[in-house]
Design a protein around this ligand. Structure first.
Ligand code: SAM
Length: 194
């Protein structure tokens, strides 16, 4: 949980952005707390073992903060804009500002993570939304970095990506040394073999 002081400071920060279309969505404490709790439960992150967790496209890094509070080593990655960067500072979580792409897929510091999460990211390459080839290539790059038994979680926004990203059967037909499942009909989990 955030302290009351952190909440007050974040509320001030939210105020600076509430007029923007995405500001309203990003600044909803209740929604963040609800989503964070659900994710912690789904991925069994409430207790040990201590994991190295990278949340890509973290937005305001509430999930990263919650993981850190439960003893994990957690890092947030998002575009390096003022809002996520400053929110990360207020929450005291490590933050990497970068535009994720196939050429520049994650920070070089992301070495041997146990868990990589991508919640609600719409990814684009050369002016086009990512399709199967891009997701497959990206998953392959993450698999190379994960520890044995490590997990990549992709929860797409509702919309065109949902159908194929959540197609575990397809993933299982293309993955090697990993297996895919879908959690609660909303998040794809790819687990690297041990
Ligand atoms: C819909 S928000 C979701 C935020 C958070 N993960 C959540 O589930 O609430 C998508 C986030 O992904 C970030 N994002 C999208 N594409 C990105 C990219 N190529 N590189 C870095 N961040 C990206 C956006 O800046 C935004 O914060």
């Amino acid at each position: 949980m955030l302290t009351e002081l952190q909440k007050a400071e974040l509320t001030n920060l939210h105020g600076l952005f509430s007029h923007t279309p995405w500001g309203k969505f990003m600044c909803d404490f209740d929604r963040w707390e609800r989503d964070t709790e659900r994710r912690l439960l789904q991925l069994e992150l409430h207790g040990p073992p201590t994991l190295s967790i990278w949340d890509l496209g973290c937005g305001l890094p509430y999930f990263v903060h919650a993981c850190q509070q439960r003893g994990h080593q957690a890092y947030g990655v998002d575009y390096g804009g003022y809002l996520p960067r400053h929110a990360a500072e207020l929450m005291g979580v490590p933050f990497y500002g970068m535009a994720i792409s196939l050429d520049n897929p994650f920070p070089r510091e992301m070495v041997q993570p146990n868990l990589v999460t991508m919640y609600g990211m719409n990814l684009w390459e050369n002016g086009k939304r990512w399709g199967w080839p891009e997701y497959e290539q990206y998953a392959g790059l993450v698999m190379e970095r994960l520890t044995p038994g490590g997990r990549l979680v992709i929860e797409p926004n509702r919309g065109e990506e949902t159908d194929f990203v959540l197609d575990a059967e397809h993933w299982n037909s293309v993955l090697q040394n990993a297996s895919a499942t879908v959690l609660d009909g909303q998040a794809l989990v790819i687990q690297k073999a041990t």
